[in-house]
Design a protein around this ligand. Sequence first.
Ligand SMILES: [Zn+2]
Ligand SMILES: [Zn+2]
Length: 146
Amino acid sequence: MTEPGEQSIRQAGQCLCGAVRFEAVIADRAMGACHCGMCRRWSGGVFLSVACTAISLADPDAMGIYASSPWGERGFCKNCGSSLLWRSKDGAHLAVSIQAFADPGAFPFTTQIFTDEKPACYHFRETTRDMTGAEVVAAFAPGQDR
Ligand SMILES: [Zn+2]
Ligand SMILES: [Zn+2]
């Protein structure tokens, strides 16, 4: 499935039930956590993701898409409900859940975003680059709501 030399960036993933299977091209082997209210409701936790440049689905019809904002949408398994990815509608950004990959531990934890929306009842102990929602919007989507 992987070409020599590409093993480090192309990784297979799947949802809980296996109806959605994909191969993603990892852009940056680093994990980010999003504490925003939408990610928390959608994922049932904190959305832990890795930036990817592309994803190919074995069966595109198995994944549902929910447009969560004017410029962002979320992919999930239509059968088991697994939260799989967030992407910007313009295709500029794609964040795939680390939990969908066989070895989520392969991605060092580097960034936390929407830290101002994080519930006070939990904290991660890792030292990361932390950004508030306003800082994220300013960096990635100036002039827009998420
Ligand atoms: Zn599934
Ligand atoms: Zn979020």
